[in-house]
Design a protein around this ligand. Sequence first.
Ligand code: ITT
Length: 189
Amino acid sequence: NKLVFATNNQHKTDEIRLALAGQYEVLNLSDIGCTEDIPETADTFEGNATLKSSYVVENFHLDCFADDSGLEIEALNNEPGVYSARYGGSRDTIENMQLVLQKLNGETNRNARFKTVISLMLAGQNHIFEGVIEGTIRESLSGSKGFGYDPIFQPNGYDITFAEMDMAEKNKISHRAIALKKMMEFLKG
Ligand code: ITT
C-alpha cells in the first residue's frame, strides 16, 4: 500500500513514515519526481494544504495528502500561524524562534498551540483532518531533536520541549499525529 505525501519537508516525511510504518509506504514529492516548490498563497492552513494536494492531483494524477501546519501564539494574535515557515521573512528556523522570543520578551501569557491540517485528495474529493496540541513557549531554546519551533514548544503536561523528545514520543501526542490518526480512521472506513 502506497500513499503520496505532498511535502518537501524531510522531517515531516520522517514523522509520517514512522507513524505509518508497517501500514503504508509513504512517497514524498521528490520520490514522485516533483521538484516544484508549490506556491502556498492561501491565508489558512486548510487552503494551503489543499493547494499542495491539488497540485499533485492536477500534475501527477495521483491521489495524495498534504499537511499544512504552524505555531499559533496567543499573545501574538496567533502569529506566526500560516506564516510559520517564513516568519519575519526568514526561512531560518533559529531566526524564526529568536523573533518569537524577542516579541514575547516580558510577556506572561506564553500559551501556544501547534496545528496541522491535512488535505486528503481521494478520487477528486477533498477530505480535511485537523490536529491541535496546546502548550507554552519557553524562555529559551532547549533540545536538538525534531525541527522548526520544537526547541521552544513545551506541550501541556510535560516538562520538556518537543525537541527533547524522541520522534516516537512526539508522534504519540503531536498535532501532526492527531490529524494523521483521523485520516487513518477515515481510510479504514
Ligand atoms: P511543505 O509545505 O513542503 O510540507 P513546509 O516546511 O513548508 O513543508 P509548512 O508550509 O506546513 O511546511 O510550514 C510549517 C512550518 O511550521 C515549518 O516549516 C515549521 O517551521 C513549523 N512547524 C510545522 N510543524 C512543526 C512541528 O511538528 N514542529 C516544529 N515546527 C513545526
